[in-house]
Design a protein around this ligand. Structure first.
Ligand code: FEO
Ligand code: CA
Ligand code: CA
Ligand code: CA
Length: 741
C-alpha cells in the first residue's frame, strides 16, 4: 500500500456507468437468509471444453479452523499448520560474501543477495537433465519478485541520506531535497530491486534454498535486457527506446518495482513492472521535454512534478545525483540534456512498464514484451491453454481508475513448446493483439482492441499516436481513447482451473473517485467506514470475475459478476454485501491465486483500512461460477462535502460463500502485506510471501532512532533480530496432508 502515491493520472472522460436501472427484485435479506443457497461443494463446475488441464476441484470443503483477526507481530496459522522461513531480505546467494548483518552495513553486493519486498513468485521443478520439468522432483527453483520501493531505509546504517538542505532522511514518494546522495547507498538501492532466482532442495518434507547453486541468480535494476515486440513494429519500438546506453534502442537495463507475476505455459517467468514511474527525476532548471513526451509522462505519473522548465523537484529517490557522467546514476535524470535522445536518458522511462520474461532455469537475457502493453503492470495471468488456439493473458493496471487488459497471442498453443524457454516466449508474446475491457451495466462486457486503425485512437485529441508501437507504449492513452472502464485499482488476476473463469482483485478506491454519485455496476460501492480507520470511497475493495464467451481466448465478449466484496463484519448490510463474519472479514484484496492441486482460490490482502483491527491476511475460498448469484441494488450512503448523499446502484453478486467456503487461513506480522503464493505439485507445501513487515517504521536521525513497528522474522527465530525483513515462508501441515482441505 505504501507503493501507491496519489496515483490517479486518468483524467479522461471515460465514465462510470451511472445509469440507474430498475430496482432489483431480490433483496439482500433473502440472499443472506439462504434464498440463493450456499454453494454445494460437489456442484463445482468442471470444464470439459478446456480439457488437457491437470486441475481438480476440491473433493471436500475447507477443513481448517478459521484464524481470528490478529494484530500480533507474528504469522498466525490454523491449528495443525506450521511454517518455516525459506529466505528473507538480504540472505546471501553465495558463500563468498558475509551473512546478512541486518544493520545496514553491507557494501554494494546486493546483486548477490535476496532482494527486498518479496512479491509475486513461482516454482519450477528441475529435471534430472537439469532443465525445466513438468514432473515433480526433489529440486526446483523459486523465482521471486522484489517489489522494493521507496522505503529503503533499512538497508543503510542510519536510513537514506539526502544531503539536502532540509536534511530530510528519506521520503516515500515525497520530494527529496535534492542534495547529492552517497553513491554506495544508491547502488545498494538499485540492486535490491528486481527478481531473485534460487535453487530449492527437498529433504524429507522440507524445502530449503541452496547457497552457491549455479541456478542462483539476480536480475536487478541494472541487468541488461532485450526489447522485444512485433517484427513489423520493432523499428518504431526501438525509436522510443533510444538512450545513451544503447543508441539503437534494442536493449535497456533492468527491471523495477516487480509486483505480481505470471507463469507461462512453457515454463518461464513474467516479472511485471508496476510503480516504475516514480524513480526518475527532472532536476531543477532542466530543459523542458517536448509536449508529446510531457503528455505521455503525465499520464504515467513520471516525474509528475517536473514536466516543465520550471521543475523544482520530482518524486524518485535522487538516484541520479551521485554522478553526471557515470550512467548507472545519470540514467535516472530524464531531462533533455544532449542534442538528441541518443545523448541522454530522456527516453529511459519508455524502457519500463512492461512484463519482463525471464527463463528461471538459464542465464539467458530477459526480454521486455512490448506488445503486452506498457502500464503499471500488476500481474499477468494466462487463461487455460487450449491446444491449437491462441493464448490469452489477463493483466491489471494498478492505479486508481485504471483499466484491465488482455493480450491474445497470434500463435496457437502447441504443447511441444513446453520447456522452450525464451524462444517460446518470442513465439507467443511478441505477436498478438492488445485489448482493454469495457464493463456494461447489464452484466456483459467487451474487449476493445487497441489498434492504430481505430479512428478513436488515430484521431485521439489528447495524445497524438504516431504508430502502433506508440499504442503499445502509451497503452493508457489508447484505452482512454476507446472508452475502457475505469476500475477500483486492478491488482492480481487468477484463472479457475476448474472452468477457466477469470478472477481479478480491485483493491480499493478513494472518495475522490467513488461516491454514491460516482459508481457504476462493476465498481458499485461508495460508502464510509464508520469505525476505527474511517476510510471513504471503496476502502475495502472487491473481487470481480468473468467468463469469456464460449470459453474462447479470442472472445471479444464476456459475462461478469462480483465474486466478493471486502468489508468489516460489523459494517451494515449495504456495505457487507457478501455477508462476511469475524472468520472471513477482509479488506483490500490484492494477491489472488488458484491452487491447481486443490482448486482453492487463495486471496491475499494489502490493506491500510482495517489494520486497526487486524493485520493483513490470506484467505481460502471455494468459489462457484459466474452468474450463480443474483442482481442486487446497492444502497450507497456517504457524506460528500458535508452533505449526506444516497444513491442506488444495481450490480450482480455471486452466491454467498459463508464460513463453509470462505475462511481466514493466515494473518501476517505487523505492517506486512501478504502477497505471492505458489505450491508444490502435491498441494502439500505452499510458499507465501510476507512483504514489508514494519513498513511504517520511520528512520530519522541515527540508527538508534529506528522504532521498528515489527521485529519479524527475527522475533520468530530467523536471522539477526532487529530490523524487520520481507521473507518467503514455507507452510506445511504437521500431519503431512494437503493444504486447506
Ligand atoms: Fe504492488 Fe498493486 O501492488
Ligand atoms: Ca473501520
Ligand atoms: Ca469494525
Ligand atoms: Ca500487489
Amino acid at each position: 500500500m505504501a507503493h501507491h502515491p496519489d496515483d490517479n493520472t486518468n483524467v479522461s472522460n471515460n465514465e462510470h456507468f451511472n445509469d440507474v436501472l430498475a430496482q432489483a427484485s431480490i433483496s439482500r435479506r433473502s440472499l443472506f437468509k439462504g434464498g440463493v443457497g450456499l454453494l454445494a461443494v460437489g456442484s463445482l463446475p468442471m470444464l470439459a471444453a478446456c480439457g488437457g488441464s491437470s486441475s481438480s476441484a476440491p473433493a471436500a470443503g475447507l477443513a481448517f479452523t478459521a484464524v481470528g483477526k490478529s494484530i500480533l507481530d507474528n504469522v498466525i496459522l490454523p491449528p495443525g499448520y506450521t511454517y518455516t522461513v525459506l529466505h528473507a531480505t538480504g540472505d546471501r546467494l553465495v558463500s563468498s560474501i558475509p551473512a546478512y548483518s541486518n544493520l545496514g552495513t553491507e557494501t554494494d553486493e546486493w546483486s548477490m543477495r535476496v532482494g527486498d519486498h518479496h512479491d509475486g513468485m513461482d516454482f519450477y521443478y528441475i529435471g534430472a537433465d537439469g532443465k525445466y520439468s513438468t514432473k515433480p522432483t526433489d529440486r526446483a527453483v523459486l523465482a521471486v519478485n522484489h517489489e522494493s520501493s521507496a522505503d529503503a531505509h533499512f538497508f543503510h546504517p542510519n536510513g537514506q541520506t539526502s544531503n539536502g538542505v532540509n536534511g530530510k532522511k528519506f521520503s516515500q514518494f515525497g520530494n527529496w531535497d535534492l542534495g547529492t546522495r552517497p553513491a554506495l547507498e544508491v547502488l545498494k538501492e538499485i540492486n535490491h530491486h528486481g527478481v531473485s532466482v534460487v535453487e530449492l532442495r527437498k529433504s524429507d518434507t522440507s524445502w530449503t534454498y541452496v547457497v552457491d547453486s549455479l541456478y542462483n541468480r539476480r536480475v536487478t535494476a541494472q541487468t541488461p535486457v532485450r526489447i522485444a515486440g512485433p517484427a513489423a513494429h520493432m523499428d518504431d519500438i526501438k525509436n522510443f527506446m533510444v538512450t545513451a546506453f544503447d543508441t539503437t534502442g534494442a536493449t535497456a537495463r533492468g527491471t523495477l518495482n516487480n509486483c505480481g507475476h505470471g507463469i507461462t505455459p512453457w515454463g518461464t517467468y513474467l516479472a511485471c513492472e508496476e510503480n516504475w514511474a516514480v524513480y526518475f527525476n527532472m532536476p531543477v532548471g532542466s530543459n523542458a521535454v517536448d509536449a508529446k513526451t510531457a503528455e505521455s509522462r503525465r499520464r504515467y505519473g513520471v516525474a509528475r512534478a517536473a514536466l516543465s522548465a520550471t521543475a523544482t523537484s520530482g518524486s524518485g529517490q535522487g538516484w541520479y545525483t551521485p554522478s553526471e557522467t557515470d550512467n548507472r546514476f545519470s540514467r535516472w535524470n530524464i531531462a533533455p540534456i544532449g542534442s538528441g535522445a541518443a545523448d541522454d536518458f530522456r527516453n529511459e522511462p519508455n524502457t519500463f512498464g512492461f512484463n519482463v520474461e525471464i527463463d528461471p532455469l538459464t542465464n539467458g537475457t530477459p526480454a521486455k514484451r512490448v506488445a503486452m502493453g506498457r502500464f503499471a503492470h500488476e500481474a499477468a495471468v494466462f487463461g487455460l491453454p487450449v491446444v491449437g488456439k491462441p493464448l490469452a493473458v489477463y493483466q491489471g493496471c494498478d492505479s486508481r481508475n485504471e483499466y484491465i487488459y488482455k493480450f491474445v497471442s497470434a500463435a496457437n498453443w502447441d504443447e511441444k513448446d513446453i520447456g522452450g524457454g525464451m524462444a517460446a516466449g518470442d513465439k507467443y508474446l511478441n505477436e498478438g493483439k492488445l485489448y482493454a475491457a469495457k464493463f456494461n451495466a447489464d452484466g456483459t462486457g467487451t474487449w476493445i482492441e487497441l489498434t492504430i486503425t481505430d479512428p478513436r485512437i488515430s484521431g485521439y485529441a489528447t495524445y497524438s499516436f504516431a504508430n502502433q508501437a506508440d499504442v503499445f507504449i502509451n497503452a493508457r492513452h489508447a484505452a482512454d481513447a476507446v472508452g475502457a472502464t475505469k476500475m477500483d485499482r486492478p491488482e492480481w488476476g487468477a484463472v479457475n482451473p476448474a472452468n477457466g473463469e477469470i478472477y481479478m482483485t480491485l483493491t480499493n478506491n478513494s472518495s475522490a473517485n467513488r461516491t454514491p454519485g460516482k459508481t457504476d455496476a462493476v465498481n458499485p460501492r461508495g460508502y464510509a467506514d464508520a469505525d476505527g480507520k474511517k476510510g471513504t470511497g471503496n476502502p475495502n475493495g472487491h473481487i470481480i470475475r468473468w467468463k469469456e464467451k464460449d470459453n474462447l481466448s479470442t472472445a471479444t465478449a464476456f459475462n461478469w459478476d462480483i465474486f466478493l466484496f471486502g468489508a468489516e463484519e460489523d459494517m451494515p448490510a449495504n456495505v457487507n454485501l457478501s455477508g462476511l463474519t469475524a472468520k472471513n472479514s477482509f479488506s483490500s484484496p490484492d494477491g489472488l491465486w488458484f491452487s491447481k492441486a486443490t482448486g482453492i482460490c487463495w486471496i491475499q490482502t494489502d490493506d491500510g483500512a482495517y489494520t486497526d483491527e487486524t493485520n493483513c491476511m490470506l484467505l481460502a475460498a471455494i468459489p462457484g461460477k459466474v452468474g450463480d448469484g443474483s442482481k442486487i441494488s446497492v444502497e450507497n450512503k456517504m457524506v460528500v462535502s458535508g452533505t449526506e448523499v444516497t444513491a442506488k446502484q444495481d450490480t450482480f453478486i455471486g452466491a454467498a460463500l459463508g464460513e463453509a467456503n470462505l475462511r481466514r487461513f493466515l494473518v501476517a506480522p505487523k505492517g506486512a502485506e501478504v502477497t505471492g503464493i505458489t505450491e508444490t505439485a502435491d498441494g502439500k507445501t505452499i510458499f507465501v510471501n510476507i512483504q514489508h513487515p514494519g513498513e511504517n517504521t520511520t528512520a530519522i536521525g541515527t540508527a538508534t532512532d529506528f522504532t521498528h513497528t515489527s521485529q519479524w522474522p527475527g522475533n520468530a527465530g530467523y536471522g539477526p533480530k532487529g530490523r524487520p525483513r520481507s521473507a518467503t515462508i514455507v507452510i506445511t501441515r504437521t500431519d503431512g496432508g494437503v493444504i486447506g482441505l
